[in-house]
Design a protein around this ligand. Structure first.
Ligand code: AMP
Ligand code: MG
Length: 471
């Protein structure tokens, strides 16, 4: 058995990037889930992970040799308001490993105890949010969406106080990095040019190796493209992130920080789930626009590395940001054309997609079920309150490529009511629904009779109308 071979590049950055500190031990840890496939991909020894030493690491109780746990510093705009000091208030990056394919992974514990960035928080995570992030982040990966991953979930044997008392848990989150727009903002706000340059080059090395060192504009353009692609994928799955604050916007173009996120059942562009999003800032249809706002914050941080002449740098950054729309539209077309079975298309196909979406919104049609039904060649019209509305649309549609649609329109998504059901069972100590849901979500594009119940839309009673951070 071998413990992870760490190579901690972030820990080699200067002290002001983080606080080096170990996680706070927990009373009685036990494994809820261990992601074998991901462990393999990362080159980790499964037998070791399952050993007492492995569990001790996943619980934050004892660090293996080579780990250099730290809490990262970052800042961010939360719902548009500036917070100069956020940071990992309940997380520790233990270190980095390089997988057999050369990919570098941060191993992070989320819920691992208080840090200097905890503010009023207890540094812990509840079982519900940990299960939710495990399910949804792994589902996103299987759905083809760039995302942080879930390597493990453990229960701590302790209790956390939220709206109610809840068992404590820790998620082992892994990702190519945990660098956010807010990480850049942290140093820009402190006018720490040296740190910004180190961060820029560190990030380029980890996420955009084709960009030259020190090339702020090349970096900005790369992030713009990655984020445009990402949000188009969210839109194509009916995914609503819910808290697109700049500290929750990953510079590598990954989905990060699954809090009150949700998948729409019935399609409506104005859908908002999060209980804390009173103004609807992070509404489904508003997500691309919010990203541009977040990317503008990133742009302002890297101006010194775009041009030494500030006016020229601003103009170049604005020009770069102005390309987001084109990148997004291109990605949106690719995603939504494929959803109706077309590799490519033009204005007529855009109109077809928009017409279908409008009819779906008018008819409370289930987003996932309608598109999967198109791939199956039957069942779509029944999803519409007025089925003739679909018939009218279908008259102009030539059927599309079924194989293409099957590959992009999932049969199974982590429906809110199913996630909720799995969490409620978990809170009672029964993890069977959680494991079953995870198993089904490993192959979301396959019609599996054994999981067909998970395809159903919620009944009025099952429907989840609001989601909570639960942090
Ligand atoms: P989030 O809303 O999860 O993106 O978190 C925003 C900020 O609050 C981050 O700095 C988190 O580390 C911090 N935070 C969230 N929950 C807790 C908690 N229970 N204890 C300490 N800090 C927390
Ligand atoms: Mg966050």
């Amino acid at each position: 058995m071998t413990s992870p071979k760490f190579d901690n590049s972030y820990a080699r950055l200067p002290d002001r990037f983080y606080t080096k500190m170990p996680p706070t031990p927990v009373a009685a840890p036990s494994i809820i889930a261990l992601n074998d496939g991901l462990a393999d991909q990362m080159g980790l020894d499964l037998e070791w992970l399952r050993s007492d030493a492995g569990l001790a690491m996943l619980a934050g109780n004892a660090m293996p040799d080579g780990a250099e746990p730290l809490a990262q510093a970052y800042a961010g705009h939360q719902f548009g308001g500036w917070s100069p000091q956020l940071g990992d208030g309940r997380a520790n990056v233990l270190g980095e490993v390089v997988g057999p394919d050369g990919a570098r992974w941060d191993i992070q514990l989320k819920g691992s105890g208080p840090t200097p960035y905890s503010r009023m928080g207890d540094g812990r995570a509840g079982l519900g949010p940990v299960m939710r992030e495990y399910i949804v982040s792994e589902a996103m990966n299987a759905l083809g969406v760039p995302t942080t991953r879930a390597l493990a979930a453990v229960s701590t044997g302790e209790t956390v106080a939220r709206e109610t008392l809840q068992p404590g848990a820790i998620l082992t989150r892994v990702a190519g990095s945990h660098i956010r727009v807010g990480t850049f903002q942290y140093f820009a706000a402190r006018q720490d040019r040296e740190a910004l340059e180190l961060l820029l080059n560190h990030t380029i090395g980890r996420h955009y190796p084709h960009v030259d060192e020190g090339d702020g504009l090349g970096f900005l353009n790369a992030v713009i493209v990655a984020q445009a692609e990402l949000v188009a994928k969210w839109m194509g799955l009916g995914f609503i992130h819910g808290v697109m604050n700049t500290d929750n916007t990953h510079v590598g173009g990954l989905t990060i920080d699954y809090g009150p996120c949700a998948f729409m059942d019935a399609y409506h562009p104005a859908t908002v789930f999060s209980s804390i999003d009173q103004g609807g800032r992070y509404v489904y249809q508003g997500q691309p626009e919010v990203l541009v706002w977040n990317l503008a914050q990133l742009a302002s941080c890297v101006l010194p590395f775009i041009d030494s002449d500030k006016d020229k740098a601003i103009t170049a950054a604005q020009d770069a940001l102005a390309t987001f729309g084109d990148h997004y539209t291109k990605a949106w077309k690719r995603v939504f054309f494929a959803k109706i079975g077309y590799e490519t298309g033009g204005d007529a196909q855009v109109t077809m997609v928009q017409d279908l979406l409008t009819r779906m919104a008018d008819n409370q049609a289930d987003f996932t079920r309608v598109f999967r039904a198109l791939a199956r060649g039957q069942g779509a019209r029944e999803e519409f309150v007025d089925p003739t509305s679909f018939d009218e649309w279908e008259r102009d549609w030539d059927g599309g490529d079924a194989a293409l649609m099957r590959a992009v329109n999932p049969a199974i998504i982590p429906r809110n009511h199913r996630v909720e059901e799995a969490i409620q069972a978990g809170l009672q100590g029964d993890y069977a629904p959680f494991h079953r849901l995870n198993a089904a979500l490993e192959n979301p594009f396959v019609d599996s009779p054994e999981f067909s119940d998970l395809e159903a839309a919620p009944t009025q009673q099952q429907m989840v109308r609001q989601t909570f951070c639960g942090t």
